[in-house]
Ligand binder design. Structure first.
Ligand code: MNH
Length: 459
């Protein structure tokens, strides 16, 4: 194809580029809008940095091809390296710590390993339900905040035997530091450094303190386990301490273990919390979906309130489809970066080696070419096996692609299905009349100010 210029937003400025046309509060939602205006492939320029954006169609299948493209660690993801170093999520593809941690931890995240985390997950979910019965007393609950409590508690306990005392009023100092540190990374993603110093000096000073507190907390947990001060248990930390990399025979350093623990706390908590929050939002609006889910839940789990067994979770097929459909409309990691391994083309446009490409899942998952023309409708039956088979594989990638895809996928799905099943067993979920869904972005996405009334279920 002849050298043709990629579409770009109109009114590009010198130096600043398209930065004024972006939305610093809702960057990915703005980019999804651009997909509607400019098509599946276009370029934007942010302060001299060019980013190619892919939002649908065959171009998506192309960038997912691991032979020609790979994960790119660029801002804002690379800004997390100050906290998580060469941990799994933020490592460059060539860093040895990635391969080692990947080899040690892959078995710990297999479907079979979920059995060893199941009881702790179930306990945390029951604690959440009890917390709602005690504190909500029929009034509305703050959904995103409570889902964050749940998922952080789950990853803390199953990851390294640590409780954040999540179901007590107030917030753990670690949680305070983590949410400020995440907000800092997100808000400084596309800003101008000079302005940051003027406008954000307070946050700039707070950030190193937050990072130090998080690292110290994790180091203490690791040291306590290593010395035997806290008991052994079958969790991620124990596996990292004991299991050597099958390829090299070497065990992980404390520094690398710390980076992985911090990574799981970051990557494994707000994503699953966002998923659960959006799912509860849609359940509050769709009584017929709740009814179908409950039929399945009562049949699989029984109605006597007995603890859920590991094997039962995989049988909750309809609840799983609710989860899948939620991740279609609101993939909690709404976009990710790729880069060209060598000079190549994309949708016919020439691409230089290492050029940065942003995949906007938010747009891909609503591409009418792949999903039909009622893409906004919440319909779990899009994930019936026959419907899935009828779609190309690149239509749906909420957990990313290739070697660097999400290691926590089974973990998140098990936790989410279990949590929704338990919540639907115990509560009738009611929306606040007039609530309009607005979506907040802090690297991950969540429904803004979502409050729902959780009343003990009437049978
Ligand atoms: Mn998770 C990578 C989405 C839950 C740990 N995760 C990714 C990527 C996406 C993603 C997308 C790829 C990002 C990229 O290409 O740059 N993750 C999710 C979603 C959920 C989720 C939508 C929940 C829903 N993730 C979890 C959980 C954990 C976890 C739970 C851990 C307990 N994720 C990771 C790690 C990586 C990752 C670690 C990086 C893996 C690697 O690069 O080797």
């Amino acid at each position: 194809m002849a050298e043709q210029r990629m579409p770009r937003p109109s009114w590009r400025l010198p130096l600043l580029g398209d930065v004024l046309r972006l939305d610093p509060q809702r960057p990915v939602q703005r980019e999804a809008q651009f997909v509607q205006e400019l098509g599946d492939v276009f370029e934007i320029s942010i302060l001299g940095r060019k980013v190619i954006v892919v939002g649908g169609g065959d171009a998506a299948a192309e960038v997912f091809d691991e032979n020609r493209f790979a994960k790119a660690v660029v801002p804002p993801v690379s800004n997390l390296r100050e906290l998580a170093g060469d941990g799994l999520f933020t490592a460059f593809n060539s860093e040895p710590a990635w391969a080692q941690a990947h080899n040690v931890l892959m078995p710990a995240f297999s479907q079979a390993s979920m059995r060893s985390y199941h009881d702790a997950m179930a306990e945390c979910i029951d604690q959440l339900c009890a917390y709602w019965v005690d504190t909500a007393s029929g009034g509305p609950v703050d959904v995103s905040s409570d889902m964050n409590r749940l998922t952080l508690e789950v990853i803390g306990r199953t990851g390294f035997g640590y409780s954040f005392d999540s179901f007590t009023p107030g917030r753990h100092p670690f949680v305070e530091s983590m949410s400020r540190a995440m907000a800092y990374v997100s808000q400084t993603a596309n800003d101008v450094p000079v302005l940051r110093e003027i406008l954000g000096w307070k946050a700039m000073r707070q950030n190193p303190k937050d990072i130090a507190l998080m690292k110290t907390t994790v180091d203490q947990v690791i040291a306590a386990r290593r010395s035997g001060e806290t008991p052994r248990q079958d969790d991620l930390l124990q596996r990292m301490l004991e299991n050597p990399d099958p390829q090299t025979g070497e065990t992980m350093s404390d520094q690398s273990i710390r980076n992985q623990v911090l990574t799981f706390l970051i990557a494994g908590h707000e994503t699953t919390a966002g998923l659960l929050s959006f799912a509860l939002h849609y359940l509050s609006l769709n009584p017929e979906i709740v009814e179908r889910a409950r039929e399945e839940i009562d049949e699989v789990l029984g109605t006597d309130g007995a603890p859920v067994r590991f094997e039962q979770v995989a049988k909750l097929r309809y609840v799983r489809r609710i989860v899948d459909e939620t991740l279609r409309l609101w993939p909690s990691g709404p976009a990710f970066f790729r880069k060209a391994r060598q000079e190549t083309t994309l949708a016919g446009y020439p691409i230089r080696k290492s050029e940065t490409i942003l995949v906007v899942l938010l747009a891909l998952h609503r591409d009418p070419k792949l999903w039909g023309d009622d893409v906004e409708r919440f319909d779990p039956d899009r994930f019936l096996p026959a419907a899935v088979r009828a779609r190309p594989a690149h239509a749906y990638k909420p957990f990313g692609v290739g070697a660097r895809a999400c290691i926590g996928r089974q973990f998140a799905l098990h936790e989410a299905v279990l949590a929704l099943a338990r919540i639907l067993t115990h509560f009738d979920i009611a929306a606040i009349p007039g609530y309009e869904l607005k979506v907040e972005e802090l690297l991950t996405i969540r429904p803004k100010n979502l409050r729902l009334v959780m009343r003990p279920r009437k049978r």
